[in-house]
Design a protein around this ligand. Structure first.
Ligand SMILES: [Zn+2]
Length: 62
C-alpha cells in the first residue's frame, strides 16, 4: 500500500487520486479505484479470475 497523500491511479479509468481521499484499494489485486463504480466495472472484466479466487478460498468439496 502506498503512503498517505501519494497520488494513485484508478485501475479502470486512469483518474488520479490521493490514496487518503476517496480512492478504494483492492488488497488482493493491489490496485486502486476512484470509486465503487470503477471497481464494479473492473470486476466485470475480471469476473473469471474473481470466481476462481473465491472458489479457492471459500468453496470446499463436501
Ligand atoms: Zn475510476
Amino acid at each position: 500500500m502506498k503512503m498517505k497523500g501519494e497520488l494513485v491511479t484508478c485501475e479502470m479509468c486512469d483518474a488520479k487520486k490521493t490514496s487518503l481521499d476517496d480512492a478504494l484499494f483492492d488488497e488482493q489485486a493491489e490496485v486502486y479505484f476512484c470509486d465503487k463504480g470503477c471497481f464494479e466495472d473492473w470486476a466485470d472484466d475480471y469476473f473469471h479470475d474473481i470466481v476462481e479466487q473465491y472458489k479457492e478460498l471459500h468453496v470446499y468439496a463436501g
